[in-house]
Design a protein around this ligand. Structure first.
Ligand code: FES
Length: 286
């Protein structure tokens, strides 16, 4: 036993927390307790990014006065190739933008749109934020999770039914508010909206995706797949821009969206107008 003023003696109880100093002559890989789990590998796999992707990355970097601003679209470009952001993807962006891998990793792990595990052909995002949850979003997520699971084990958040990347594979995730509360409960497939969902409609939808079908979203562009959408998010669009625009340009509001404004018009309600000369309220000096 030691008192607080004594230096703890080495012993069996401290052994588990003893770390070797990483001097030049220590083979850190060989002694790593996580080596077997694949968290560290002796050599990185071959670079999965070809010359075209390198050229597109340079193109992105050149679109900004400060090239580091291209990091967000470049990470989408990486996802369009790999279906997620791998450690090689992190290294690729760092190299292109003259950043450290730690800086790139900090961004990747901050935003939920960057996936750390390979995604399915389709990403199904179910809004389980307050309004949608109350309207049935939680029930939709639970039903899909059970439906897509195997052997009685529900599919977990960001897990994939099927082999990631292969046709018909589906990754399921919880999503925060998808900015379509007027159509709740909603879900998205590859960020395209499917409004006013029910558990039954959602199951039909994922069954269609698993068969290789691409049901028409409620609005917006036709359904493609996760990697194709990631390419657009990176800022690369189909060559025939007119066709592309015709797909995505369209009414973005519905009766539900403008119901409040319509009620106000019908009833003659207006917002109070501030007189031009009205003094600003006093505020306490800080
Ligand atoms: S709470 Fe679901 S879209 Fe806003």
């Amino acid at each position: 036993m030691t008192t607080s003023s004594e230096t703890p003696r080495p012993g069996p109880q401290q052994a588990e927390r003893t770390h070797a100093a990483a001097s030049d002559d220590v083979d850190v890989m060989a002694i790593s307790p996580v080596r077997e789990e694949g968290m560290l590998t002796e050599s990185r796999p071959a670079d999965p990014f070809d010359a075209d992707t390198e050229a597109e990355a340079r193109d992105l970097a050149g679109r900004y006065p400060d090239s580091r601003s291209a990091l967000l679209p470049m990470l989408h470009l990486v996802q369009s190739v790999q279906g997620y952001v791998s450690q090689e993807g992190v290294a690729f962006c760092a190299r292109q933008l003259n950043l450290s891998e730690a800086e790139v990793s900090a961004v990747v792990t901050f935003y939920t749109m960057y996936k750390r595990k390979p995604c399915g052909q389709h990403l199904v995002s179910v809004c389980t934020n307050t309004l949608c949850a109350a309207l049935g979003g939680d029930a939709i997520y639970e039903r899909l999770s059970k439906h897509l699971g195997e052997g009685g084990t529900p599919l977990g958040h960001e897990e994939t039914a099927g082999e990631p990347g292969e046709e018909g594979s589906v990754t399921l995730e919880h999503a925060e508010c998808l900015a379509a509360c007027d159509f709740g409960p909603v879900l998205q497939v590859n960020y395209e909206y499917f409004d006013n969902q029910t558990p039954e409609k959602a199951v039909e939808l994922v069954n269609a995706l698993r068969r290789g079908d691409k049901p028409q979203p409620t609005r917006g562009a036709p359904l493609s797949d996760f990697k194709a959408v990631e390419r657009q998010l990176a800022g690369f669009f189909p060559e025939d821009e007119d066709v592309f625009r015709a797909d995505v340009d369209g009414p973005s509001q519905a009766v539900e969206t403008v119901r409040g404004a319509q009620l106000a018009t019908d009833r003659g309600w207006t917002a109070p107008v501030m007189p031009a000369e009205a003094p600003l309220p006093e505020t306490e000096a800080k």
